[in-house]
Design a protein around this ligand. Structure first.
Ligand code: FAD
Length: 440
């Protein structure tokens, strides 16, 4: 029986980031995972690379291709201003396991077959890559198997059911590039590798699309791709190879994301529509603060409610933020307002704007969970409609006591009140900043 303080199920970006974070806090951590069973290529932006560097993904980052030009045809207009970094997921996941091992995390490569949990701990049965069975035990469990994680009952929120159909094509070697194009019943993401392999992906609505049986799927995809102007250069002198791979891409928010001795991170906690291209960024965002939650649950069980509230609020906040980014992008395309694909997505998850106008009467101070020295603790923060989790510091300056001091003296100029604590120059600057935020 293999034993560790913490078992992490799944070694993708979220599991990897949490494992390294927990190892840095001094825990013995074992990651159990196997690279994706299919060949996927995903696109990321530069800010994701920064997140991965911070998380310690050195060898995984080396699998990234240089930036490729990206053409987007959306709402009938074509834009080629952006670039995209292409990430081969199987090679990336494999290199990530090497990063984990290099940083002192025990890596067990294999398929997780069964997991039994109770208040005493967790027991996981694994079929190792060489075929040997292995049992593992730990007091704490991190569920990071992405969309493949058992849903543990229910999803609290579920977007319109969506599927992405990935068809591989092979043609002559070419300049790497990507393209996006919307069409009446969905949108396409197209990517070309230097070696001529092409990834042509159609994302469509499950309910309103009359999908054929599996054996006819390849022709069905081809017929739709042939109608897309952006797809032509990707199909020229090339032929489909292998079967079409279907991936669910429905947005989901899990009902339960944390307990006393377990936590869900990444797509296992919440997964967004791949349209926003934010999947890996969001998985990392949900994972980077999770080690503090786990550390608190283990070291300070008396603060369990606080730590759980922090993780729940953060996951929910991220889910709605990315869901609204997706909604606004869909809403920019007004060519097919009556088609079910566009109708459903341009108004989900709600009508709330991405950024709400903040007025002083909506701004308050309150006690909220925050991360301090690797643990969840409670502090007074400034809460606004835009920042429901609260803003604690600005450049190390706790903001709630300063805003409370200004509000306690409505007859005095805010800069004067702030100057008593910060000096004249900083007081004036902070007043200006608070006005810009809509707090005064
Ligand atoms: P994952 O990356 O899914 O990692 C989970 C890991 O657990 C995998 O390595 C898996 O093999 C392993 N695992 C699962 N079950 C088991 C098991 N039983 N035993 C052992 N190991 C197991 N994001 C982007 O940023 N850019 C894109 O272009 C993009 N395109 C996408 C296209 C589609 C169609 C979809 C559905 C998603 C896309 N995403 C994209 C989202 C992105 O893939 C995820 O958000 C991100 O990978 C989530 O990271 P994770 O670590 O939570 O889970």
């Amino acid at each position: 029986m293999h034993e560790a303080d913490i078992l992490v199920l799944g070694g993708g970006p979220a599991g990897g980031a949490v494992a390294i974070g927990l190892r840095r806090l001094g825990y013995s951590v074992t990651v159990i995972g196997e690279p994706r069973p299919f060949d996927a290529l995903e696109g990321i932006s530069d800010r994701v690379i920064q997140g991965m560097q911070g998380a310690g993904f050195q060898q995984a980052l080396a699998t990234l291709a240089p930036p490729s030009p990206r053409q987007v045809t959306w709402n009938g207009e074509t834009n080629s201003a952006n670039t995209e970094r292409l990430l081969p997921r199987q090679a990336f996941d494999r290199a990530l396991l090497q990063d984990l091992a290099a940083q002192g995390v025990t890596v067990m490569q294999g398929r997780i077959q069964r997991c039994q949990s109770d208040a005493e701990g967790h027991r996981v049965e694994v079929r190792l890559t060489d075929g040997e069975p292995q049992s593992c035990r730990a007091n704490f469990l991190v569920e990071a198997r992405g969309r493949a994680a058992p849903a543990a009952g229910t999803h609290r929120v579920r977007g319109t059911q969506t599927v992405s159909l990935l068809q591989y094509w092979q043609g002559p070697a070419a300049e790497p590039r990507t393209a996006v194009q919307s069409f009446a019943d969905g949108w396409a993401w197209l990517a070309m590798r230097a070696d001529g392999r092409r990834y042509l992906q159609l994302t469509v609505d499950v309910a309103s699309t009359d999908l054929p049986p599996k054996r006819e799927l390849s022709d069905w995809c081809r017929a739709r791709l042939e109608q897309l102007e952006q797809a032509r250069p990707f199909m020229a002198d090339a032929e489909p190879t292998g079967e079409v791979y279907a991936r669910t891409s429905t947005p989901v928010l899990c009902a339960d994301v944390v307990g006393d001795n377990w936590i869900r991170v990444g797509d296992a906690a919440m997964a967004v529509d791949p349209l926003s291209g934010n999947g890996i960024f969001q998985a990392l965002s949900s994972a980077l603060q999770a080690p503090a939650v786990v550390h608190t649950l283990i070291q300070h069980p008396e603060r369990a409610a606080l730590a759980k509230a922090f993780h729940e609020a953060r996951i929910e906040g991220l889910f709605y933020r990315f869901a609204r980014i997706g909604r606004d992008f869909y809403a920019q395309d007004t060519q097919w307002p009556e088609r079910p694909f566009w109708q459903a997505r341009r108004q989900w998850p709600d009508a709330r704007p991405m950024h709400e106008e903040v007025t002083p009467d909506q701004v308050s101070t309150a006690l909220r969970p925050v991360v301090e020295d690797g643990l969840i603790t409670e502090a007074r923060v400034v809460v606004t409609p835009d920042q429901p989790l609260g803003i604690w510091h600005l450049n190390g300056l706790p903001l709630a006591p300063l805003l409370e001091a200004v509000r306690a003296e409505p007859e005095t100029a805010p800069a004067e009140v702030l100057a008593r604590t910060l000096g004249k120059e900083k007081g004036t600057l902070l007043e200006q900043w608070m006005r810009q935020q809509g707090w005064l």
